[in-house]
Design a protein around this ligand. Structure first.
Ligand code: SF4
Length: 213
């Protein structure tokens, strides 16, 4: 049965929010990392959201209800992102991606820290086949020790290699695999090293702007 939300209640459970021409999905606040640069440390919102802190993780009924407030024709792409690591809520992510493909056939992107295989203790990348069109993985730095210092993963020092392995496995199932660093946070030399890593994996390297909105 679908839940009917007042605008206030919907704002308290912001499952979908607009960023530029894309519709973003916020399924979970869980994340195994505590990145030194995480936006959650000093803000409650991104894009046109009011607050991305969830009172609880949404059920599929609640996800469907949230879509009823948006016209998908207004958006170019659906993006799993939000205030947490989307693969923490893997079954809901897959169910939501299927729902969007079945109803609107929109391109779907997953923004991830790339630690989903550690979270689930198995290779989850085959589950994305035919559903996720683009995956954007935070590479952050070409330096393993520096990466582990930056992301402060609950999985410890194996995290950097696991993230690279995740990216490599994604290239088998997802048409477009992007690995990102944030502009001005590493040197030009380090950016060149990131490009080499991406080339060896078969991923596209992207230097993204510092988030400011
Ligand atoms: S992976 Fe993302 S959500 Fe998790 S701590 Fe890092 S920046 Fe924040």
């Amino acid at each position: 049965m679908k839940t009917k939300y007042s605008e206030l209640e919907r704002r308290k459970m912001e499952i979908l929010y607009k960023v530029h021409n894309n519709l973003y999905v916020n399924l979970t606040n869980r994340c195994p990392c505590a990145c030194t640069f995480c936006l959650r440390q000093n803000r409650d919102r991104i894009g046109e959201s009011a607050s991305l802190w969830l009172e609880h993780e949404p059920s599929f009924d609640e996800v469907q209800e949230a879509f009823s407030h948006f016209d998908m024709d207004d958006y170019d792409e659906l993006v799993f992102c939000g205030f947490g690591e989307p693969t923490e809520s893997l079954s809901m992510l897959i169910q939501t991606a299927e729902y969007v493909k079945d109803n609107w056939k929109k391109p779907i992107r997953l923004n991830t820290n790339g630690l989903g295989n550690l979270i689930h203790k198995k290779d989850i990348t085959p589950e994305f086949a035919g559903l996720i069109d683009t995956v954007s993985i935070s590479l952050n730095t070409p330096n393993e020790a520096r990466y582990n210092e930056m992301v402060r993963s609950a999985f410890g020092e194996k995290s950097f290699k696991a993230m690279l392995d995740f990216a490599s496995r994604c290239t088998r199932h997802i048409p477009k695999v992007i690995m990102t660093t944030v502009e001005t946070t590493i040197t030009r030399q380090e950016e060149a090293e990131c490009k080499k890593i991406c080339d060896s994996i078969g991923a596209t390297y992207r230097i993204r702007p510092w988030e400011n909105g």
